[in-house]
Design a protein around this ligand. Structure first.
Ligand SMILES: Nc1ncnc2c1ncn2[C@@H]1O[C@H](COP(=O)(O)OP(=O)(O)OP(=O)(O)O)[C@@H](O)[C@H]1O
Ligand SMILES: [Mg+2]
Length: 411
């Protein structure tokens, strides 16, 4: 069928033509926004899940929901080895700029921006060993007011963040609304920053201040947060974002097709679900290839069969390969051992998902190495976001079907 009218959108953060199966999360967030705006106690949301399940897309949708309610919003994508200070300053700057035109006292906004600038400029110099920052390292946040002093500029991120977020929330209170800061890839924040962020959220919730932090990250995000502050479990509501059930996966395919007056035969949908396993990225990838190959509506199972190799080839490059390439030879060896063991475990327990968690001790045994000698590879893979440790002493792939992909790769 006409590839120009192909509605499907496989790709990181690509808005799907139909956001299927996330009604519950959207409803919960509506209630959160309403309660926070009214000064009621409420836990913020943390979305967790594997790669490609739709965390970024959902986070962006929640942001739109906040904007629709006239909240100020900003977004950060956390990166390993990057301090939170500048990105959080930029995100808050954006949020407050959205509120500023509605504020009746411009000097209050300027006062906040002065604090924000001071906060941002406290960023540690990137010069080594405390050397003076080079000129190009002196970041200019694009704020026209002079930096103030005495607030949010102590250099201790925890103190500074509490003060900054409290002041930002006060601006939102003035205009009768709230501020939401969205943090994607949140598991990549440094330990100090996570700790500071939890402390700030804790403080804000005690004050009933209308500012929330909404996060998204890999399945071990809850462990990262509770390692920083034990009370984090009571601070956030974790929502596991998972593969779509059959009804939602069919809707993700059928609703956009219907708008183009195209239909699927039931057997085509059966086969598409079998291939995608309901994982949103795969739903989009198989949907896209099938559309391009199908000669006419209704789309048949035979069309899916013809198109599948192309979808798989694209996934091998764009979804799996791009990640596999980030690993060093030693890390690849580690993951291959994981993939083999996950298969054995999966077969023994009769599970159909063969991306099960694997004990690290077994990986060491399979490779004939001491467990400690494999820690660097394991830690590097966790840092690269390819594997995670949900339970102590085990690891699992963050990428769905990654084990299956690795087993098809020549060693
Ligand atoms: N609810 C949904 N219904 C249909 N398609 C979806 C849905 N959510 C996400 N998708 C599609 O799935 C793909 C992956 O989405 P997204 O990039 O948000 O995943 P992610 O969880 O952030 O992945 P990563 O961990 O790699 O960042 C995109 O192509 C998107 O269009
Ligand atoms: Mg994402």
């Amino acid at each position: 069928m006409d590839p120009v009218r192909n509605p499907y959108a496989p790709g990181a953060g690509q808005r799907p033509p139909e956001l299927a199966g996330r009604g519950r999360e959207l409803d919960v967030f509506d209630v959160v926004l309403e309660r926070i705006a009214r000064g009621r106690p409420e836990r913020s949301l943390m979305l967790t899940g594997l790669r490609g399940v739709g965390k970024t897309v959902l986070l962006n949708t929640l942001r739109s929901q906040a904007i629709n309610r006239l909240w100020g919003t900003g977004k950060i994508e956390a990166r390993p080895d990057q301090s939170l200070r500048r990105p959080v300053a930029a995100a808050l700057h954006m949020a407050v700029r959205e509120l500023a035109p509605r504020h009746r006292a411009p000097d209050r906004i300027d006062a906040f921006l002065g604090v924000l600038k001071a906060f941002a400029q406290r960023a540690a110099p990137t010069g080594r060993g405390g050397a003076a920052p080079k000129l190009r390292d002196r970041w200019q946040p694009g704020i026209d007011v002079p930096a103030s002093s005495g607030r949010a500029d102590s250099g201790d991120i925890e103190i500074d963040l509490v003060e900054l977020l409290t002041d930002a929330a006060a601006v939102a209170t003035d205009v009768g609304t709230g501020i939401a800061i969205f943090i994607d890839e949140m598991q990549d924040l440094g330990a100090e920053d996570v700790s500071a962020l939890c402390a700030a959220c804790h403080e804000l919730s005690q004050l009933g201040a209308p500012l929330i932090v909404v996060g998204a990250g890999l399945p071990h995000l809850p462990a990262v947060l509770s390692a920083a502050k034990s009370y984090s479990e009571r601070l956030f509501r974790y929502q596991r974002i998972d593969r779509l059930d059959r009804i939602a996966a069919d809707q993700a395919l059928c609703a956009p097709a219907e708008r183009e007056e195209v239909e699927y035969e039931q057997k085509a949908l059966d086969l598409l679900y079998e291939k995608s396993g309901g994982y949103p990225y795969f739903v989009q990838a198989y949907g896209k290839a099938t559309w391009d190959h199908a000669p006419r509506s209704p789309i048949t199972a035979a069309d899916v069969r013809v198109a599948a190799p192309e979808a798989e080839a694209e996934l091998a490059v764009g979804f799996f390969g791009s990640r596999f390439e980030r690993a060093t030879p030693a890390e690849r060896e580690y993951m291959r051992a994981m993939a083999t063991l996950a298969l054995v475990d999966g077969e023994e327990s009769g599970r159909d998902d063969m991306d099960a968690a694997v004990p690290t001790a077994e990986i060491a045994r399979a490779l004939g190495r001491k467990p400690a000698s494999l820690s660097p590879a394991r830690d590097a893979l966790i840092k690269k976001g390819l594997i995670y440790s949900g339970e102590r002493g085990t690891v699992a792939f963050t990428v769905p079907h990654f084990g299956r992909y690795l087993r098809t790769q020549p060693a």
